[in-house]
Design a protein around this ligand. Structure first.
Ligand SMILES: [Zn+2]
Length: 208
């Protein structure tokens, strides 16, 4: 059975959302497009935005990954401007936003008020209290490989509402079906029902 991979970087996977590499051209399978905080180049930010805007087709499912990263070289203020501009593109095009966030969750929550479309935090692997705050603020959480071995994350997932989650491989090399099987076990449902729910979540975020 083929399972949906919410966020990945592999052009050969067609059942999922492929995150376009900066400056590469769009695919004819579902993809997301955005300027990652670590890819911001202040000397050619306008070119980066025009690359983005000229590569948005009907196969573009979401804007991103974009967001805030406390380890990125780019100044925080600029990261926030670039992020806000992408939130505005998402509002205008009515596409959800896939978020990359490293140690900036409370700053991120402050940006939620600008977004008219759903926001999904990809690769979530932090504490349950952070997950709780994000869920309370209506963020979706996408979980990856860490769920396979991180017990506290498994516990977070156990308490997260099924209609607020996604599953992804991101950059990691493993089979997405292993993650679906693990999460189905944690949630005490069948992998088929879990998959059905994830596909429904996808429809929900696509419809704003
Ligand atoms: Zn990624």
């Amino acid at each position: 059975m083929d399972f949906f991979d919410f966020h990945h970087h592999k052009r050969n996977i067609s059942f999922g959302i492929y995150n376009l590499d900066l400056s590469s051209t769009h695919t004819d399978t579902p993809y997301s497009i955005g300027i990652h905080p670590k890819s911001i180049n202040i000397n050619c930010i306008e070119e980066q935005f025009s690359w983005m805007e000229s590569n948005i087709t009907e196969n573009c499912i979401a804007i991103g990954e974009c967001g805030l990263d406390s380890f990125a070289d780019t100044d925080q203020k600029i990261q926030e401007e670039v992020f806000l501009r992408q939130i505005r593109i998402s509002n205008e095009l009515k596409k959800p936003v896939i978020i990359h966030c490293v140690r900036k969750f409370y700053e991120l929550i402050a940006f939620k008020k600008y977004a008219e479309q759903p926001m999904i935090i990809h690769g979530f692997n932090k504490k349950e209290s952070i997950a709780g705050d994000l869920l309370k603020n209506n963020f979706y959480l996408s979980f990856g490989k860490a769920v396979l071995y991180n017990l506290s994350l498994q516990n977070t997932l156990k308490n997260a509402p099924l209609d607020k989650i996604f599953l992804e491989t991101d950059n990691d090399d493993f089979d997405i079906s292993d993650l679906y099987l693990k999460v189905a076990e944690i949630k005490n449902i069948s992998p088929e029902d879990l998959h059905q729910q994830i596909l429904e979540n996808l429809e929900t975020i696509k419809n704003g």
